[in-house]
Structure formats: C-alpha cells, structure tokens
Design a protein around this ligand. Structure first.
Ligand code: FES
Length: 115
C-alpha cells in the first residue's frame, strides 16, 4: 500500500494503490484548502484550483496529469516555478509513496516568477 506523507501536518497515511489524493487527505483530516476555500471550492471537479499541493517526493508514483489539470494549473500564477512539483489533489491518483506539501504559498519574489 502506498504511503502519503503530509509534511505540514506531520502525518503519514497508507492508501490503496490508485487512491485519489484529495479524498484520502480529507478522510485523514488533512486541511487541503486555504481559508474560505475549505467551503468554497469545486469539490473535486478540477476547476477551482484551490486544492493545489506540491509533491516534493514521488511524483513518478502518481498518474500522469490530464488535460483538465494541465489547463487549470496552466492559468495559475502559483504554478510558475513549480511546474515539476505542483498538482491538483483532486486529480491526482496515488500509485506509490509520495510526500506532499499542502496549501503551498506563492513565491512572488522567486527567481522564476516572471521568466
Ligand atoms: S477541488 Fe477544485 S480543483 Fe481540486
């Protein structure tokens, strides 16, 4: 069974292969959404972009990004500079061990921001 390690929450959970990251996080009581977005979100439809996470280890253990997810993240400023690690939790299938940073902050001053 794959293990998901949530860095901010210092929590590890085991999930069945192919599990949905958003569903497993919410089931484990891991807060995925910043502020009011815990109530105001698209509930896993992949359209609001508020379930963004960084997968800092094990990206190869997730299913490939689909067109909807790519399109949604592509219009997000938070995606700039995080293209290798950012995913939408609601569209991420977990096939192996991963390490996740929830509610990543936007680095407005990062070296890649305007490049
Ligand atoms: S819950 Fe809205 S994009 Fe994931």
């Amino acid at each position: 069974m794959p293990t998901i390690t949530f860095v901010n929450e210092k929590k590890e959970i085991q999930v069945p292969a192919g599990a949905n990251l958003r569903q497993q996080a919410l089931r484990a009581g891991v807060p995925l959404y910043p502020g009011i977005n815990s109530v105001v979100n698209c509930h896993g439809m992949g359209t609001c972009g508020t379930c963004r996470v960084l997968i800092t280890k094990g990206m190869e253990n997730t299913a490939r990004m689909g067109l909807l997810e790519k399109g949604r993240l592509g219009v997000s400023m938070a995606y700039i500079g995080n293209e290798e690690t950012m995913r939408l939790a609601c569209k991420t299938k977990v096939n192996g061990d991963i390490t996740v940073v929830t509610r990543p902050s936007m680095n407005l001053y990062g070296e890649n921001f305007f490049s």
